[in-house]
Ligand binder design. Structure first.
Ligand SMILES: [Zn+2]
Length: 326
């Protein structure tokens, strides 16, 4: 049985409320920027909003209108084949969104809608547009066609042109609380045991996307292996380190590496401070390194960079921090 599309979005009540009110007032605006950490529900929220805009039988929830989740229009949006919705994403094996993709999108959005009274488009991740693509999109943002709704999504709003940011209404998404992640996991990965869900939620650093990946790949076991490999780095030869980077760089495993790395840093920094092994200055240095290396791993995942080489660099840095001279 399907439920109203906004009912399935948890943890972003204020944002969802604002979006629902734009529907009740029939004023969704033309250009929005949804930003915030990876995997917290920005794209799902954008889609639910567009479904609600296109829905043939919208329902009224306490905060405002919502797509019904059951009509033909809601279904077409969910399946990605509504003729008035286009999603612009990174093409396979590319590291940037190109100007041709943006030109196609701006042409699309200028046409008269076929089945709804709006044309809508989602650009995800908007920070992956190269400069030419971003400038092409800017023209549309400056003079949006009437009846058009464009939603840009990114976890790196600072990487967008300031002129693009300033032309969008912005919503900042926050990391999800662990209980929210556990609830979402019961729907998304019903096969996991409550213990596995709890573990995945704890490791996921506020991201439901990360929690699902961790659950799928056996979160607890994966974490134990990753932690064991990282803890053993100072005792490894360079050849063993390179081999370890190759293993963790394999696509399926690497998808969970940024969160695992973040959790590993968090626990090790906490342990060293608790056990007095580290002065505050030392902890500061680790925090700074942690944020840089986790960012490196995330960017490798976002930009489809070479995961093995990225991990080699990260592992070597970690080994050196602990006194190994390669
Ligand atoms: Zn509907």
């Amino acid at each position: 049985m399907s439920e109203p599309v906004f009912s399935s979005i948890l943890g972003h009540d204020a944002i969802v409320g604002r979006l629902q009110r734009t529907l009740s007032q029939d004023r969704p605006g033309h250009a929005w920027l949804f930003h915030g950490p990876e995997g917290v529900g920005k794209r799902t929220t954008a889609l639910a909003w567009i479904q609600s805009l296109f829905c043939q039988q919208p329902v009224t929830l306490p905060a405002g209108l919502s797509g019904c989740g059951a009509c033909l229009a809601c279904g077409k949006c969910a399946e990605g084949n509504h003729p008035d919705l286009q999603r612009l994403e990174l093409l396979e094996k590319k590291s940037r969104i190109a100007i041709d993709q943006v030109r196609e999108l701006t042409r699309f959005i200028a046409f008269t809608p076929l089945e709804s009274s709006w044309k809508a488009a989602i650009v995800d991740d908007a920070a992956l547009m190269n400069d030419a693509a971003a400038n092409a999109l800017l023209k549309t943002l400056e003079e949006p066609p009437s009846g058009s709704l464009l939603i840009l999504i990114t976890n790196r709003p600072g990487a967008l042109l300031p002129t693009i940011r300033s032309r969008c209404q912005q919503e900042r998404f926050q990391p999800l609380e662990s209980p929210v992640i556990e609830t979402l996991l019961t729907r998304l990965t019903p096969k996991l045991s409550p213990e596995q869900r709890g573990e995945a939620a704890r490791l996921a650093t506020g991201s439901i996307g990360a929690a699902v990946r961790l659950g799928d790949s056996g979160g607890l076991e994966l974490r134990q292996r990753f932690f064991r490999d990282l803890d053993a780095l100072p005792d490894r030869s360079l050849a063993e380190l390179v081999e370890s980077a190759r293993e963790w760089g394999e696509a399926e495993r690497f998808s969970s590496v940024p969160e695992l790395l973040e959790t590993w840093f968090r626990e090790r920094i906490r342990d060293s401070v608790l056990h007095g092994q580290s002065r505050e200055v030392e902890a500061e240095r680790w925090l700074e390194t942690a944020s840089r290396l986790v960012r490196l791993a995330r960017e490798a995942r976002i930009f489809n960079l070479n995961a093995r080489l990225t991990l080699e660099a990260i592992f070597i840095r970690l080994a050196r921090m602990r006194g190994v001279a390669y």
